[in-house]
Design a protein around this ligand. Structure first.
Ligand code: AMP
Length: 569
């Protein structure tokens, strides 16, 4: 038999896991030290066993765990913090006392650990903030952001008055992390009259999604006497708001008296793309010259062909030469050949400026026509798709990072050794479900799908939301005994024992389906789902899931199936 040290370094994670399990009997110094090293194991199954055993060691392991917060490996430090957090209330006082020592290295982790005790940690964290030790203060401020309790909001708002910018910035980030818990109080600061505080409130609300934050920023934007720089920050944050509610206020800002505000509102409308087009076309009839001017420009830049007839009218009839000139440029920008005659007419406009722009536009249309004749339609389509996907990808990355943050790791649930990925916080957040659906929909673009099939039970939630977005039907795959007859069923193996999925007979026959679930782990469930669809005469177009546990290699069980996951662990 290999000796223990070798086993703990074996290539095969199962050997390492068994070696870790063999340490659980005695909470000796040696065993604890070995377990702490295994906290850094890059296989989650091994590290989560070590976490579990150390938690059970309790007080005996406490000093070693605190020491491990200074370990050279980040994973060890993070997992040691997780063990401490999971050891429960009995040790909270020790941790609170430790939080007040001034060892910077462990301060960060201890603040992190005690923040998990929610309300009970707030008082100590506030004491740390009030004492004037800068690194400790910053750690405690961040930790307040992670407490997920309302009591943390007030002390953080106080920090926004501190002299150092770093402190104010850290407090703002912590308030953003508290999200909806902080919204009401931050909205109150939004109109407090102190410019600097208002500025922070705008930044925080801009990052917190949800309709309350959005509405408060919109009404601030439209309020009287708001300084130009505040307007600009609000306009900037509207880029991420992807809600049609922001479109009208933005159009109003196209008529602002400050050029920078007008320009920024136009840029933001451009960023929002299709969402604002209809409103912008309506704004072409506005009495305000600036609003017409900028609406024409944005529609041209967006290549909105629906707006061409109205823009041609503006080119002919608008009372303002600057708007007519903007219309000429927009038509050129769109490369719309049918506008050629109108542009030729515009060469006789009374304004030199309009004439010049009509000339530029005619050249542009010529250039585009020539370029088009030289390249194949297919190439143009491919190129446009690429540009579009580059534009999208930065947004997608942001959305994925936000989603990942909202997935909670729950060790040893529903049974020991399993790291459960809890999507509860994601579902509870205002944009979580809709972001997941949008990302799923983006990965299905161009595919012909008749039905979305969701696997009980979290696959129902994600699948139904997607079906609604795609306007397809939805079919549930249920656990045995839930569906009325006639049903088809398929058994599949679980780690211990068997389970069975059922499908209403005939419902997917001759249909192309996408199967949805929250997590792809060993792949047993997904395989049973695919088999069941095939058995009942359907075609599996693909399997989509939110989370894939790569180390379990579940996709190996699904050869020939297109498998896509948004988030990988
Ligand atoms: P599997 O058959 O092993 O691929 O497991 C997939 C099913 O079990 C999915 O329906 C998941 O909802 C659930 N599942 C498996 N592992 C986890 C996990 N770590 N966290 C949450 N759900 C899981």
């Amino acid at each position: 038999m290999k000796d223990l040290m070798d086993s703990l370094k074996d290539m095969d994670y199962r050997v390492r896991r068994d070696a870790v399990l063999s340490l659980k009997g005695t909470a000796s110094k040696e065993n604890t030290a070995l377990l702490i090293e295994s906290l850094g194991d890059d296989n989650e199954t091994v590290s989560s066993e070590a976490i579990k055993i150390l938690k059970n060691f309790g007080e005996a392991a406490l000093p070693h765990l605190i020491g491990a917060l200074k370990h050279s490996s980040y994973t060890v430090r993070r997992n040691a913090a997780q063990v401490l957090a999971g050891m429960g209330n009995a040790y909270l006082q020790t941790l609170l006392d430790l939080a007040k020592t001034n060892d910077d290295d462990i301060q960060f982790w201890i603040s992190e650990v005690i923040s998990q005790f929610g309300s009970r940690s707030v008082k100590t964290l506030v004491e740390i903030i009030e004492a004037d030790d800068m690194p400790a203060k910053l750690c405690a401020i961040s930790a307040l952001g992670r407490t997920r309790v309302k009591e943390a909001v007030r002390p953080l708002l106080h920090c926004l008055d501190e002299e150092q910018w770093t402190i104010r910035k850290t407090a703002a980030q912590a308030l953003i992390q508290l999200g909806q818990l902080a919204v009401d109080e931050v909205i109150r600061v939004l109109n407090c009259g102190v410019t600097d505080r208002e500025f922070w409130a705008i930044q925080i609300l801009g990052e917190i999604s949800g309709s309350k934050a959005r509405k408060s920023l919109i009404s601030k934007l439209l309020s009287e006497n708001i300084p130009v720089d505040q307007k600009q920050v609000i306009l900037q944050s509207m880029r991420n708001m992807e809600s049609v509610e922001v479109v009208e206020p933005l159009i109003q800002m196209l008529g602002d008296k400050n050029w920078f505000v007008r320009k920024q509102a136009a840029d933001t409308l451009w960023e929002l793309g299709e969402m604002g087009q209809e409103h912008l076309i309506r704004a072409l009839r506005s009495k305000n010259t600036d609003i017409r001017y900028w609406s024409v420009k944005v529609l041209g830049d967006l290549q909105c062909l629906d707006a061409v007839p109205q823009i041609c009218q503006i080119l002919k009839n608008d009372s303002s030469w600057s708007v007519r000139a903007s219309a000429a440029l927009a038509l050129g920008e769109m490369g719309y050949e049918d506008a050629t005659l109108d542009l030729v007419d515009a060469l006789r406009d009374s304004s030199e400026y309009v004439k010049k722009n009509a000339m530029v536009a005619l050249n542009r249309i010529g250039e585009i026509k020539q370029a088009k004749s030289q390249i194949s339609e297919e190439w143009v389509q491919g190129f446009t798709r690429q540009v579009f996907s580059d534009l999208q990808s930065s947004r997608t990355r942001g959305a994925l990072a936000r989603l990942k943050e909202m997935i909670r790791d729950v060790p040893d649930f529903p049974k020991p050794g399993v790291m459960f990925k809890d999507i509860g916080p994601l579902l509870a957040s205002p944009n979580g479900l809709s972001d997941v659906s949008k990302l799923f929909a983006a990965s299905l673009k161009g595919r012909d799908i008749d039905l979305i099939v969701g696997i009980e039970s979290r696959g129902f939630l994600l699948g139904a939301a997607l079906a609604q977005l795609l306007k397809t039907g939805f079919v549930p795959l249920r656990k045995k005994g839930k569906l009325p007859p006639p049903v088809l069923s398929q058994k599949y193996g679980l780690e211990y024992g068997e389970d069975e999925l059922e499908l209403s007979e005939g419902i997917v026959r001759n249909k192309s389906v996408i199967i949805i679930d929250d997590v792809l782990a060993t792949g047993g469930t997904a395989k049973a789902a695919c088999d069941l669809i095939l058995l009942s005469g359907g075609k599996v177009e693909g399997f989509l899931c939110l989370i894939e546990l790569d180390f379990l290699d579940g996709r190996a069980k699904l050869p020939g199936v297109s498998v896509e996951s948004l988030i990988h662990y």
